[in-house]
Design a protein around this ligand. Structure first.
Ligand SMILES: Nc1ncnc2c1ncn2[C@@H]1O[C@H](COP(=O)(O)OP(=O)(O)OP(=O)(O)O)[C@@H](O)[C@H]1O
Length: 247
């Protein structure tokens, strides 16, 4: 079953001067897949993520997440859908600095009006999974970048979203922390079957995924599937990036 079905998605910005940021792009992602999206600056990756999450309206085409045709949702319905069915991870973590790490992780559960005891228990389980339970009661400024990003991932998955979307999740991290964060994404994928889409410029980050979709000029330019060997996959990704340029 597809968790994401994109059919001829097109996004044109502007009135007088038109920019075709996403151009008749079609893509299917199966449940349990771990997909990277790569492409040169300006190729339409962020626009594409914002279309998938229903933040931007499509100019034409259709996007389904599971059964839901998100292109037809009204603004309020789209916001609810995002909150309940999607998880987001951003480059700069987007943690709330006035809350502790644990409280940040619990945030999505507050919308579900669960009792505080069970929210805390679930948040601890999630923090444990991501190896950050030791900093559960710390403030956001007391933890490392890698720990902050793992807290952001815990917050993104605690409500069991259908799809996890990450925009440059390793962009602010040193290589060791980036490696650790990507190992967490991969473990969530293999052990919990979390379906994820990760936009990245970094071939090392992309090499953790099962498939890489390369975008150029708002269209799918090429796709690579990983076999067993991550190092070989990394080399293959580098090869395509050389052709693509600008990445
Ligand atoms: N709000 C906007 N209004 C007009 N044009 C826009 C807008 N946002 C993006 N664009 C244009 O759409 C195209 C795709 O931009 P987008 O940000 O989606 O690319 P990207 O691949 O995410 O780039 P980067 O890797 O630099 O983040 C670019 O030409 C960009 O200038």
């Amino acid at each position: 079953m597809n968790v994401l079905s994109v059919d001829q998605a097109t996004k044109i910005y502007g009135n007088k001067v038109k920019v075709r940021a996403v151009d008749h792009l079609s893509l299917s992602v199966m449940e349990g897949e771990f997909v990277a999206i790569m492409g040169p600056s300006g190729s339409g990756k962020s626009t594409f993520l914002n279309l998938i999450s229903g933040i931007l309206p499509l100019t034409s085409g259709e996007i389904r997440i599971g059964e839901e045709d998100i292109s037809r949702l009204k603004e309020e319905e789209a916001a609810r859908f995002r909150r309940d069915k999607l998880g987001f991870v951003f480059q700069d973590y987007n943690l709330v600095d006035t809350l502790t790490i644990g409280e940040n992780i619990m945030l999505p559960l507050m919308f579900q009006q669960k009792d505080p005891g069970s929210m805390r228990k679930e948040a601890h389980i999630c923090a444990e999974k991501l190896g950050i339970d030791a900093v559960f009661d710390s403030r956001t400024y007391e933890v490392s970048g890698g720990q902050a990003q793992r807290a952001a991932i815990a917050r993104a998955i605690i409500h069991h979203p259908k799809l996890l979307l990450a925009d440059e999740p390793t962009g602010n991290l040193d290589s060791a922390s980036a490696e650790q964060v990507m190992r967490m994404f991969a473990a969530l994928n293999t052990e919990e079957h979390v379906s994820s889409i990760v936009v990245t410029h970094d071939p090392r980050t992309a090499s953790f995924c099962g498939r890489v979709v390369f975008i150029r000029d708002g269209k799918v330019f090429h796709e690579l599937y990983r076999e067993d060997n991550q190092l070989q996959f990394y080399d293959e990704i580098l090869g395509v990036l050389k052709f693509l340029g600008g990445a």
